[in-house]
Structure formats: structure tokens, C-alpha cells
Design a protein around this ligand. Sequence first.
Ligand code: ZN
Length: 84
Amino acid sequence: MAGPRQGPGNLDDEFPLGDGTAETEATVICPYCHQASEIGLDPGSGPVQEYIEDCPVCCRPWIVAVRYLADGSVRVDIEPEDGG
Ligand SMILES: [Zn+2]
């Protein structure tokens, strides 16, 4: 990817979560091994995010869907990548 962002200072004005009030961690349950794991979040990446992350317990890939709400709380949904 050309031109990666380097540090803060260029956040979207419509997403006022750069002041430290947004959640930066979430506890999720792996859909494969059903173990609870804490994952780190990046509020600066936007109010709606989706990415692949491997389970730290069983190393199988999740599709992680992150949605920040207006009050800075976060909703994280995990789906198995090979779930169809
Ligand atoms: Zn797992």
C-alpha cells in the first residue's frame, strides 16, 4: 500500500474518538476453540473496521468486525473465516 499513515494528526474529523475515550481493547470468544481472548483495537483506523486476525490460542483466522458507537464504546464481532 502506498503512503501509509505515520502517527496521529490526520484523523477523520467526523470520527472524534482520538481523545482517548474510545475503547482500545475488547474481549472476544473464539468461534473455533471457544476460548476468551483480549484483542487490541485501533480507534484511529475509523468507526467501522473489518480485518483478519489469528486466534492467539488456536491460531485459526477470524474475521474481526469492529464498530465504534457514538459514546466511544465498541462492538466487536468475530466470525470464522472458513465459516462460509
Ligand atoms: Zn481459537
